[in-house]
Design a protein around this ligand. Structure first.
Ligand SMILES: Cc1cc2nc3c(=O)[nH]c(=O)nc-3n(C[C@H](O)[C@H](O)[C@H](O)COP(=O)(O)OP(=O)(O)OC[C@H]3O[C@@H](n4cnc5c(N)ncnc54)[C@H](O)[C@@H]3O)c2cc1C
Length: 394
């Protein structure tokens, strides 16, 4: 029986398990409640030969080459620059908004003066948060920032987070940027890639180690016992529990449920090679849904796909017991939910051998590159603990 248990096989759990198995030469058991590994990164080839990402589209964008170098040990990557369009007032405009969008939204004539002002106001800057436009002293610049908020963000945010549009303040824009040029890439990160064979194959190779055993279809909560500062799994005390699932579930909702948004993803197939004008379309003004993804435009083209499939996302509240909406996607971080989370953290601190890592355990929205960097760094906490524990038990 392994004495080190990792709950969850997403990036957080898989990276920690691999490093423990390889660098510390210790046996690890990964417990995963889904029927597959990879967490929300899971993808599979459908009956039409199209690689579909089951939990929504994921793109690898980073400025940190260490992340890429780490992943290249487990998969061949191909360059892929993420491109998005937004469907606004009956036309497709680039997302993030750029100088071309200015011309589309205010017309070529009126855009001339506005573009001059934007070039002067933000000279030397590649991307500028829209909020800076909203708050700008020049009334034309500020009016354009407000137009973007009204047309593109108010209703989108309302659907995404399940709040009435009237309740949404423009200050939710936070760091949403506008490109101060004609750059069409969704993110201006240096390294933009996808795995040729998909993320699931990458995870298979990462977890393929003689010291790693994976138990699928197993809800760890059914076998875990959290005693007074002690943890046991299947009745046996564990040396170390790494938990990457929702922290409130680990403590049986003692301080209440933490809120998440979920997605109902609906698919439609057409027997033609292309359906949408871009791989992702955002729909701020449409009723109920936020965006659509055409996976054939994302996957590495090996010539095996027939027709094309579009996945459309309908956001809804997370409910672990519901038939639809039972996957926690986005943590809803507010003052109230952060206070509840702090209570769970205090509870967790009572266990010296409990490690919380990942977007569910830490109740944070991590992009995959940050999630990977974080898990790589977090490994050092686990390694130091195991070393200390070994010395203390001598
Ligand atoms: C819709 C969407 C799109 C995204 N797109 C991007 C993108 O384009 N680029 C990017 O960089 N990032 C993106 N992200 C973020 C990315 O998905 C995360 O950073 C990453 O997947 C987090 O990995 P994780 O291991 O922390 O969590 P997860 O992948 O959620 O893994 C947690 C695992 O724990 C398991 N688990 C939970 N409870 C239990 C239990 N009781 N017993 C056993 N197992 C359990 C779950 O089944 C799951 O497999 C996106 C996120 C979402 C929601």
């Amino acid at each position: 029986m392994e004495k080190i248990i990792v709950v969850g096989s997403g990036f957080s759990g898989a990276i920690l398990a691999r490093k423990i198995a390889e660098e510390l030469e210790r046996k690890v058991l990964i417990v995963e409640k889904r029927p597959h590994i990879g967490g929300n990164m899971y993808d599979e080839v459908d009956e039409h030969g199209i690689l579909v990402q089951k939990y929504g589209p994921h793109f690898l964008n980073t400025n940190n080459y260490r992340v890429i170098a780490f992943l290249k040990q487990y998969a061949a990557l191909f360059p892929h620059e993420t491109k998005l369009l937004s469907y606004i007032d009956g036309q497709y405009v680039r997302l993030p908004f750029n100088f071309k969008t200015v011309q589309q939204l205010v017309g070529p004539e009126r855009s001339e003066g506005l573009l001059k002002k934007l070039r002067t106001a933000f000279a030397g800057r590649d991307r500028v948060p829209i909020l800076e436009l909203v708050d700008h002293a020049d009334p034309d610049v500020s009016a354009y920032g407000n137009l973007l908020f009204e047309k593109a963000y108010r209703t989108y945010t309302s659907k995404q987070w399940g709040i009435q549009p009237e309740e949404i303040d423009k200050y939710v824009l936070d760091r949403v940027p506008m490109a101060m040029n004609y750059d069409e890439r969704y993110l201006n990160k240096d390294f933009q890639y996808l795995p040729i064979e998909g993320f699931t194959k990458l995870f298979e190779r990462m977890l393929d180690h003689p010291n790693i055993r994976v138990e699928l279809n197993t809800d760890a909560l059914e076998k875990l016992t959290m005693g007074e500062g002690t943890v046991s799994y299947g009745g046996e005390p564990v040396q170390c529990l790494i938990w990457t699932g929702p922290i409130d579930e680990l403590f049986h909702y003692r301080y209440g449920a933490l809120p998440y948004r979920s997605l109902d993803i609906r698919y439609s197939y057409e027997d033609k090679p292309s359906i949408l004008p871009s791989e992702i379309i955002s729909y701020p003004q449409a009723p109920g849904y936020t965006r659509s993804t055409e996976y054939r435009k994302i996957m590495y083209d090996d010539g095996g796909a027939r027709g094309s499939v579009v996945a459309t996302e309908y956001p809804l509240a997370y409910d672990p017991k519901a038939a639809v909406g039972n996957v926690p996607y986005y943590p809803v971080v507010t003052k109230a939910s952060s206070a509840v989370y702090e209570q769970y953290l205090e509870q967790a601190a009572e266990y010296r051998n409990l490690f919380l890592c990942g977007r569910l355990a830490e109740f944070k929205y991590y992009n995959m590159d940050i999630c990977i960097e974080h898990a790589l760094a977090y490994f050092e906490n686990v390694r130091d603990y195991l070393k200390r524990d070994k010395e203390e038990s001598k």
